[in-house]
Design a protein around this ligand. Structure first.
Ligand SMILES: Nc1ncnc2c1ncn2[C@@H]1O[C@H](COP(=O)(O)OP(=O)(O)OP(=O)(O)O)[C@@H](O)[C@H]1O
Length: 262
């Protein structure tokens, strides 16, 4: 059984004028336990809508999502199963790094010592131990994003949803965090669904890339990436896949050639 089974999922937004807008049209996708999935596509193709539907923050208009074989809407203790990392790190500015990581755990009936142990473990994993008593304003963008990742990991959920978590970072920090994320994902054996605009990022990270189309949001193709990690972005295999995806998206957007992004 797959961890996530999405069947004939459609979602309509009600616009202010009372009209309805079809943002997701008949999405079918299964994600297995431990898989790293990237949702890739042009602006407005419904990547975030799909992610937030998986996070139960949006309700499907039709179709179904199963999580561990159970209807997603009925999953009890949802916060123990699914966590989210946002593009904007969404940290509490008045809490320290350690307190931010521990915050979601405080609502669970855990001993303080257990909470400290968990936060210490994940702070170490994202190399933030030295910064544990600092407030978010004292951190760089990349560090803040690492706190967001550590917080999601510390919740020890099976599934982690990531909405362009590296979108606001400079290229160097971004590529460092991509590398770290792959090694953390392997170590912690999580299932990740990751939204991105960036073709290179998707090929670097994913086991499978879900290429989406806009108006209405649909799945255009699901492409497996089989090369071994860490992936060499200059390899022939990498370039070939990049070109394949560009060609696929070229029909939908003229931005691909301009910025290597969609
Ligand atoms: N609350 C809303 N009400 C009406 N339409 C919406 C709403 N939220 C999103 N949309 C529309 O749904 C479509 C999909 O939006 P979504 O944010 O999921 O796309 P995306 O692929 O994540 O885009 P981006 O990469 O720009 O973030 C877009 O056309 C958007 O304008």
């Amino acid at each position: 059984m797959d961890l996530i089974e999405i069947k004939d999922l459609s979602l309509n937004y009600q616009t202010d004028g009372g009209a309805s807008f079809l943002a997701l049209d008949q999405i079918n996708l299964n994600v297995s336990q431990g898989e790293f999935i990237c949702l890739l596509g042009p602006s407005g193709c419904g990547k975030s809508t799909l992610l937030y539907t998986l996070a139960r923050q949006l309700k499907p208009s039709s179709g179904s999502i199963k999580f561990n074989g159970e209807n997603l809407a009925n999953v009890r203790d949802f916060a123990r199963n699914v966590s989210i990392v946002f593009q904007e790190h969404a940290l509490f500015p008045w809490l320290t790094v350690k307190e931010n990581i521990e915050f979601p755990l405080t609502s669970r009936s855990l001993l303080k010592a257990q909470i400290h142990h968990t936060s210490d473990y994940y702070m170490k994993m994202v190399e933030l131990e030295e910064w544990k008593d600092k407030k978010p304003r004292q951190l760089s963008g990349g560090m803040k994003q690492r706190v967001g990742i550590a917080r999601a990991l510390a919740m020890e959920t099976n599934l982690i949803l990531m909405d362009e978590p590296f979108g606001a970072l400079d290229a160097q920090t971004r590529s460092m965090l991509q590398e770290e994320l792959v090694s953390i994902w392997k170590k912690a054996s999580k299932t990740i669904v990751f939204v991105t605009h960036d073709i290179t990022e998707a090929i670097y990270l994913a086991d499978r890339i879900v290429v989406m189309d806009a108006n209405p949001g649909r799945i255009k193709a699901v492409l497996p990436v089989s090369s071994k990690r860490p992936r060499d972005t200059s390899s022939d295999e990498f370039r070939m896949l990049e070109n394949q995806i560009k060609a696929m998206l070229k029909k939908d957007t003229n931005l691909v050639d301009k910025e290597e992004k969609i």
